[in-house]
Design a protein. Sequence first.
Length: 375
Amino acid sequence: MLSKRQTRMAIIGRLAPPFGGVTIHITRLARMLLESGIPYRVYDTDGRPDPVRHAVAGGNSPKWFLKFLTTVPEMCVHLHTNNIKTIMLAAAILPLFGRRLLISLHSEAPMRWYESVGSLKQACWREAIKRCQHVIVANQTLYSWLGELGLASEQRSLIPPFLPPSQAEITDGDLPSDVLEFLESHSPIIGSQGFFGYFVDGEHLYSFDMIHDLLVELKRQYPRLGVYTFISDTYDDNHKEKTLSERAQSGLDDSWVFLSGVPNSTALYNRTDLYLRPTITDGDSMSLRECLFLGVPVIASDAVPRPEGSVLFRNRDQGDLTAKALEVLTNLELHREQLQRLDSDQSINNLRAIYNDALKLPQAQPDSIARKAGG
């Protein structure tokens, strides 16, 4: 007979904060699993225990991970990572101990790696993913790619990582006073998110340079315009300093703020007039879907397929971005009305089914998650 620990899912990743697509996904996943009665434990890789959210201190060193793989008491392990070595190591070791492995790929980084390496490494990757119980991907490109590699359809699912926020997340009572002051002293408000120093093929993934140039142009028509950018992390201090220096040289210090550690990103999105996603590539942006859910118009690059309701501009085309931004800001109410509002989101029901199958739990009746948008 299986023990209680063996019938529980081990989730490896980080709970928010910091606020990024993956941390918010895991945080909401934990809440919804708790509400659904599906047993789980989060091994927080930042080493932060949280008994209320069933989280224990994990680690991010190779030594910790190797020990975890060989001693994990849970029957199933769900990894939220794009790290190739981490996935391949887990796929090699966990089955030896009778454990099942779920993988969530939140971006196309593994696909880009695969296309850049030799045939031996490619063969090792194909073998690794076939040893997984299930692979969950964020977009159609990844889903099709895994099929081309020979992963059976019953072993892979396309499930957008966005999970609806709770009503408590939407309210703005816990926004810091300096953030509230910024919102009240600027109009309209444009939001964005990204990392300092995250480059792909020599270009900044989140296109902060384009946000800078857009702000310079828009302020001519909207002198009280305010832009905020959530910073999930800094990978290169030089890029950070360069961005801040260019902001100061353009006289934008008061108009463009970089935020980190804000306790409630959803509440800030709910106070936003327009959201920008000028990424040069992407997985399936959580923040983008969050804003569409809240009724906030979104402008995104056409670098990858985007959710219905997004306004697209040509990737890295500054003129097209500026034109689209001016059009949306001029017709904000029209764009708000045109946003598609679905009655429910099926991602959590699909995740429940995968978890129940992996844990061999009785299937719960699917329910509907009502969409609640404020403001």
